[in-house]
Design a protein around this ligand. Structure first.
Ligand code: GTP
Length: 432
């Protein structure tokens, strides 16, 4: 075949036309078969206060009893949990449940990481910390395996997505929500959901979403959103926009089937006035969340974890250890890392400015203190001077008094007569 240089080819790359079938176009199919055989790993973390319906939603999403819920007496599939802290204590624990789910011959190894105790303390200031530590320790474990000589069996337990359950207060985000998201958004694909959305009216949901988004924007929090790239077809672009517009997803979960007015059994929640259906898009955003998480963006979530979140953690870690790494390759196609880099530079600039300002401040304070000290010393010496003058005056006076108190002077002449008083000393002198 004759190589044909395409004018549109980017620097260093040439487009070559094939004359016959070579076979590598079958690669996606090979890759597909390999992936199907091996199965997929997906780690989902759920965070939110107790009773917000986390377990119920996970079970509803995967249509299986992945997780034990309060309502049920059924156990979970394969509890591989590790937990720290005593049962019943208020410390945040991290537990993990794994389940193999099979759908149309495709195996999904799902791990759900739960954080019981989150937000349940009296002081929830640091609730985010154990969660962040857990996510970072999973990165560390992966990094340690990457650095091994034999990398054939890397176990990937990195968290691919985090569902953050927002309490359906209908007001705005609370301090605990903001703190959590601020500390976690650069380490995990954050997906905020409004829990138990059936407890709010549609209008309340709408207003609540607007306030949540305003808070998220104000605090510069990055949440995961489906983005369309130039290769996506118009339909996909439209679908992604529809899903992105629903964030934060207002969801309801239910493991029960209930009877609708038309007699059909549906997954939903029964109310005296009717049924709220889980899978009805007019009732809540469950369908969009499931669509994004499991049907259209699971691979993107895994990719984002690997290429962006993990890489930036790894780079920071290595830099902290003194390794210098060329990140230019990442920067080229990784806007998130670029943004982080810019934020880091900005923070460094600000702290330099702050240091300079505080140095100037310190200098001014020192000058002022010096001046004060000087004037204090001046005052002190003036005081000493005055004191010695006064003391001298007192001594003189004392002397005078003793002289005047001598009997011949005091009793013989009256001091009322200045003439006498003046004359007396000369007389005294003569006597001596
Ligand atoms: P912890 O395990 O304590 O952290 O609670 P959790 O967040 O996992 O909540 P769980 O799923 O156990 O649900 C708590 C209660 O809320 C149960 O009685 C559920 O039936 C109920 N519940 C779950 N989802 C919803 C929902 O979408 N709407 C309403 N109204 N109730 C729900």
């Amino acid at each position: 075949s004759i190589p044909v240089q395409s004018p549109a080819a980017s620097a260093g790359a040439t487009k070559k036309k094939m004359n016959g079938y070579v076979g590598f176009s079958n690669y996606p199919n090979q890759e597909h078969r390999r992936s199907v055989k091996r199965g997929f790993n997906f780690t989902l973390m759920v965070v939110g206060e107790s009773g917000l319906g986390k377990s119920t939603l996970v079970n509803t999403l995967f249509e299986s009893k992945v997780y034990p819920t309060k309502d049920s007496d059924d156990g979970a599939a394969g509890h591989t949990g590790t937990s720290s802290g005593e049962a019943g204590s208020r410390a945040v624990e991290i537990t993990s449940v794994s389940a193999d789910i099979l759908e149309n011959g495709v195996k999904l190894r799902l791990s759900v990481v739960d954080t019981p105790g989150f937000g349940d303390s009296i002081n929830n200031e640091d609730s985010w910390r154990p969660v962040l530590e857990n996510i970072e320790s999973r990165f560390d474990a992966y990094l340690a395996q990457e650095n091994r000589v034999n990398r054939s069996k890397i176990v990937d337990n990195r968290v691919n997505a985090l569902l953050y359950f927002i309490k359906p207060t209908g007001h705005a985000l609370r301090a605990i929500d903001i703190e959590f998201m601020k500390h976690l958004h650069t380490r995990v694909n954050l997906i905020p959901v409004i829990a138990k959305a059936d407890t709010l009216t549609p209008r309340e949901v709408e207003l609540f979403k607007a306030r949540i988004l305003a808070d998220i924007n104000y605090h510069g929090i990055h949440t995961f959103k489906p983005v369309s790239d130039q290769y996506d077809d118009p339909e996909t672009v439209a679908d992604n926009k529809t899903i992105a517009a629903k964030i934060p997803f207002a969801v309801i979960g239910s493991e029960k089937l209930v009877r609708r007015a038309d007699g059909q059994m549906v997954r939903g929640r029964q109310y005296p006035w009717g049924v709220i259906e889980v899978e009805n898009e007019a009732h809540n955003d469950f369908v969009s969340l499931r669509q994004m998480l499991l049907r259209t963006h699971m691979e993107e979530l895994r990719d984002e974890t690997d290429v962006s979140l993990y890489e930036s953690y790894r780079t920071q870690k290595l830099l902290a250890l003194g390794h210098v790494q060329d990140n230019s390759v990442f920067r080229e196609f990784n806007p998130r890392m670029q943004q982080e880099e810019e934020e880091r530079l900005h923070a460094a600039k600000m702290s330099k400015l702050e240091a300079e300002m505080s140095a100037v401040f310190r200098q001014k304070v020192q000058e002022k203190e010096g001046k004060l000290k000087q004037s204090e010393e001046e005052l002190y010496s003036r005081h000493q001077q005055m004191k010695s003058v006064l003391e001298k005056q007192r001594r003189d006076l004392d002397e005078k008094r003793t002289r005047l108190a001598q009997p011949d002077v005091v009793h013989t002449h009256s001091s009322a007569h200045p003439e006498h008083a003046q004359r007396m000393p000369s007389k005294d002198k003569k006597k001596r």
